[in-house]
Write a protein that binds this ligand. Structure first.
Ligand code: HEM
Ligand SMILES: *[C@@H]1O[C@H](CO)[C@@H](O)[C@H](O)[C@H]1NC(C)=O
Ligand SMILES: *[C@@H]1O[C@H](CO)[C@@H](O)[C@H](O)[C@H]1NC(C)=O
Ligand SMILES: *[C@@H]1O[C@H](CO)[C@@H](O)[C@H](O)[C@H]1NC(C)=O
Ligand SMILES: *[C@@H]1O[C@H](CO)[C@@H](O)[C@H](O)[C@H]1NC(C)=O
Length: 316
């Protein structure tokens, strides 16, 4: 009898360690004030600059797609450490790090050494979405912070704005996300800005683009590849600071800014979903929230893995 119980206990302990999961009330005892510490920092930052909300939502995506939602994107380069910040999709592009720092120091005052930077990113992405008019969801928590980053993975696992539908579907599939998740999450391009260098080829060379929209974008994005690369244009031509479904309406009008936007409505398998999100904004909101929760589950460090960083920019 006893000889059969002992291995069973080992197997249980092993399995629960291997499948440690996030929970919505992870900090209810250890840091009940975490949400109240995070939100005012975001409200203030977003009231000063609406775009920063978009930038924080994107930061969560770029964290989760590179070795999981582990705060790896937040690590600064040092003399003997190269992080992810200068990877091609991130360099001169991702932003919001100082807001994360401000949130972290507020949270450390309330409950020192308890809340991970990875969880702060997840909460900040949700709160930014809500503040800008989008759906809410209960954020699952309990992520731990990495002690590593991977610039190679950042270069290979984050799809470029030039990607076609096949590449996008494959990229999200490799992270356990469906085509529907991919289309819903792309809807966050209802917010924020892109640099000329990411959409130049589309506005000069493509035919699945509204001509007058293309001309408008060309006026601040010169054809020559050595000038204006960092000039910005809104991803949603109609309401770049409001989380709504205009992104999908734009696609039907051939006014998607990036190639990766327009391929979602280009005679392929995702056209019907784009039409649905135009007709039914509630379905978009609900699918977006579900997909954000799913994205927040990618390749986590939990339990005693990793650490709770004191400063999001460096390992302890
Ligand atoms: C489907 C594949 C995706 C591709 C190819 C893609 C590509 C891009 C590119 C090229 C930019 C402009 C960057 C720059 O010029 O500096 C951008 C911006 C942005 N992306 Fe994506 N993205 C994708 C999915 C997502 C997802 C899943 C999210 C979040 C859930 C997201 C959120 C954003 C936001 C909010 C911005 C604007 C950021 C700002 O203004 O600071 N994107 N994306
Ligand atoms: C990142 O951008 C900076 C500033 O434009 C540039 O000097 C640097 O070479 C870029 N780094 C990489 C790795 O591309
Ligand atoms: C970094 O990512 C690359 C590409 O995904 C992978 O091949 C490599 O093993 C990773 N390096 C480390 C140290 O995890
Ligand atoms: C999509 O892009 C990938 C990578 O650039 C390329 O290899 C592939 O041929 C493209 N597929 C289609 C259908 O255009
Ligand atoms: C447009 O396509 C042509 C032919 O492929 C190429 O030489 C040119 O560089 C492209 N222009 C832009 C702005 O991407």
């Amino acid at each position: 009898m006893a000889s059969s119980i002992l291995p069973a206990v080992f197997i249980l302990v092993f399995l629960s360690g291997a499948t440690a999961q996030l929970s919505k009330n992870f900090y209810s005892k250890s840091c009940p004030g975490v949400f109240d510490a995070v939100k005012p920092v975001l409200q203030s930052a977003i009231s000063k600059e609406k775009r920063i909300g978009a930038s924080l939502i994107r930061l969560f995506f770029h964290d989760c797609f590179v070795q999981g939602c582990d705060g790896s994107i937040l690590l600064d380069d040092t003399g003997n450490f190269i992080g992810e910040k200068t990877a091609r999709p991130n360099n001169n592009s991702v932003r919001g790090f100082s807001v994360i720092d401000r949130i972290k120091s507020r949270v450390e005052k309330v409950c020192p050494g308890v809340v991970s930077c990875a969880d702060i990113l997840a909460i900040a992405a949700r709160d930014s979405t809500v503040i800008l008019g989008g759906p809410s969801w209960r954020v699952k928590l309990g992520r731990r912070d990495s002690r590593t980053a991977n610039i190679t993975a950042a270069n290979s696992d984050l799809p470029p704005g030039s990607a076609n539908l096949t590449t996008l579907v494959r990229s999200f599939r490799s992270k356990g996300l469906s085509t529907k998740d991919m289309v819903a999450l792309s809807g966050s391009h209802t917010l924020g800005q892109a640099r000329c260098v990411t959409f130049r080829a589309r506005i000069y060379n493509q035919t699945n683009i509204d001509p007058s929209f293309a001309r408008t974008r060309q006026s601040r994005c010169p054809r020559a590849s050595n000038s204006g690369n960092n000039n910005l244009a809104p991803l949603d031509v109609q309401t770049p600071n409001v989380f709504d479904n205009n992104y999908f309406k734009n696609l039907i009008d051939q006014k998607g800014l990036l190639n990766s936007d327009q391929v979602l409505f280009n005679g392929g398998s995702t056209d019907s979903l784009v039409r649905k999100y135009v007709r039914n904004p509630k379905a978009f909101d609900s699918d977006f929230a579900k997909a954000m929760i799913k994205m927040g589950d990618i390749a986590l460090l939990t339990g005693s893995q990793g650490e709770i960083r004191k400063n999001c920019r460096r390992v302890n």
